[in-house]
Design a protein around this ligand. Structure first.
Ligand code: ATP
Ligand code: MG
Length: 250
């Protein structure tokens, strides 16, 4: 990887659903080691961009590059194996498992491609459980280790979801609206949490809440109608007329 290679990049990407052009000739790159936010009105194509990056959806045309390599033809699990972790807009944790079980299951699946092997030695599971506990402590969630995901607040479930994503040991973390549906207090917690891990990962976060985006992002990318209309620091974006016109309707 050369110094100016993006961690993740979409190059001249177009995505159509039938006649509906959702992303049009979009080029966007995410520098390694930074916290990037993607802003944009509903329907701008943000989640679709994630789906194209992770190969959950095929591009209509254009290229996806991961750490400088073309990955446009890879399968989603191959993208994951190359160090990409993703959390979803709607929480996807297992409500009837404990925090520790959710985390170790994710770690296990990442390590073994989803197969539960009855032939594996019991020590192997113990090691994974210990790793899961360690991760939960690191994230300040140790009090919930043996608590069912169902019995905590939605905010704590969202934190668990991030922990589950981190259990797969990603280098690049894609977060789709991590504070969606959270109260102001819970939003603060998730924001602080993301800020606390941001030096360890390349993070790309889709987020609507302006205070979250402005306070913790190193770089902000603004999308509208499937195109990138601005990119820069919080200070630059808040001064940008195109962003005001398109996004704030001013
Ligand atoms: N699988 C799909 N099939 C058909 N149309 C789709 C599909 N996924 C997304 N779209 C359409 O693409 C457009 C962009 O959707 P997308 O979910 O990417 O928006 P978004 O920017 O994430 O919006 P939001 O902020 O509401 O989550 C929408 O018009 C949506 O209806
Ligand atoms: Mg979305």
């Amino acid at each position: 990887m050369t110094a100016n290679t993006y961690a993740f990049e979409a190059r001249n990407v177009t995505k159509k659903f039938g006649a509906n052009v959702v992303i049009e000739d979009l080029s966007i790159g995410f520098e390694p080691g930074m916290l990037h936010s993607i802003l944009g009105p509903n329907g701008a194509g943000k989640t679709t961009l994630f789906n194209l990056l992770t190969r959950d959806l095929p591009v209509t045309s254009g290229e996806i590059l991961l750490k400088g390599d073309t990955v446009t033809k890879l399968k989603p699990h191959q993208i994951a194996r190359r160090g990409v972790g993703r959390s979803y807009q709607i929480s996807s944790v297992y409500l009837d498992l404990t925090f520790q079980e959710n985390v170790w299951l994710a770690a296990y699946r990442a390590a073994h491609g989803g197969r539960i092997g009855w032939w594996r030695r019991v020590e192997h599971y113990d090691a994974l459980r210990a790793q899961a506990s360690q991760l939960l402590s690191k994230l300040g969630l140790e009090q919930y280790e043996h608590t069912l995901a169902r019995s905590v607040s939605y905010g704590d479930q969202r934190l668990l979801e991030i922990a589950v994503t981190l259990a797969t040991r990603p280098e690049i973390l894609l977060l789709d609206e991590p504070t969606a549906g959270l109260s102001q207090r819970e939003t603060e917690r998730v924001k602080t949490f993301i800020a606390s891990i941001k030096t360890e990962y390349t993070i790309v976060m889709i987020e609507h809440k302006m205070n979250v985006v402005m306070e913790i992002s190193d770089r902000i990318h603004v999308m509208n109608r499937g195109a990138l209309i601005a990119a820069g620091t919080a200070a630059e974006i808040s001064q940008n007329q195109a962003v005001h016109a398109a996004y704030f309707g001013l």
